[in-house]
Design a protein around this ligand. Structure first.
Ligand SMILES: [Zn+2]
Ligand SMILES: [Zn+2]
Length: 192
């Protein structure tokens, strides 16, 4: 990932999956969020993994608990923290989520579990890489304070299914981009 002229990257991408890091996949997520948001991104490779996120009754991981964990464990210099995992994520009211973010906060998480064709997370899977990059950008967009967009081609449009994910593009529509520029430059936006 390039960091042209930027001293520290703003967005830290951290593999939090069950197995070894699919490095190609994680790097492509980093490059994509860097491109969409015009900020430097870096891969963070600490070996720590979220604790207390697994719900034995549901057999899934709580995305909200992962966000809490990211805030506790993530590097302090990161403006935005993006966890990438292969664990199946949920929030209580939904059977699963592709990801979750704190709206206008620092932490977000995205999962490959429901995006992988046939449920198999492979480093060289281009369809998975494209889907994961879109949903990662979507969650990072939320963490900058962007809300859902009605333009189905915009990366901030809601994804309830894989069809929604595949229909949308990887970038922000003009309106979301304009809103993002305002949000990005808001004073105090670094510390929420
Ligand atoms: Zn969303
Ligand atoms: Zn939009």
């Amino acid at each position: 990932m390039t960091r042209k002229g930027r001293s520290t990257p703003a967005i830290y991408v951290w593999w939090l999956g069950s197995g070894p890091s699919p490095d190609g996949l994680v790097a492509s997520v980093g490059r994509h969020v860097e491109h969409v948001f015009g900020l430097g991104a870096a891969v963070w490779t600490a070996p720590d993994r979220p604790t207390r996120a697994f719900d034995p009754l549901r057999g899934q991981h709580s995305s909200t608990r992962i966000l809490e964990w990211l805030l506790e464990q993530g590097p302090a210099e990161a403006r935005k923290l993006l966890g990438v995992t292969d664990m199946d994520l949920f929030i209580p009211i939904l059977t699963f989520v592709f990801g979750e973010a704190q709206l206008g906060g620092r932490a977000s998480v995205v999962s490959a579990a429901r995006l992988a064709p046939a449920g198999l997370v492979r480093d060289d899977d281009r369809l998975l890489a494209a889907r994961l990059a879109k949903e990662a950008a979507h969650e990072v967009g939320h963490s900058f304070g962007l809300v859902h967009c009605d333009d189905r081609r915009c990366v901030m449009s809601r994804s309830a299914s894989l069809i929604d994910v595949d229909v949308k593009g990887g970038g922000l529509c003009h309106d979301c981009w304009t809103r993002y520029l305002d949000l990005r430059d808001q004073p105090g936006g670094r510390d929420e």
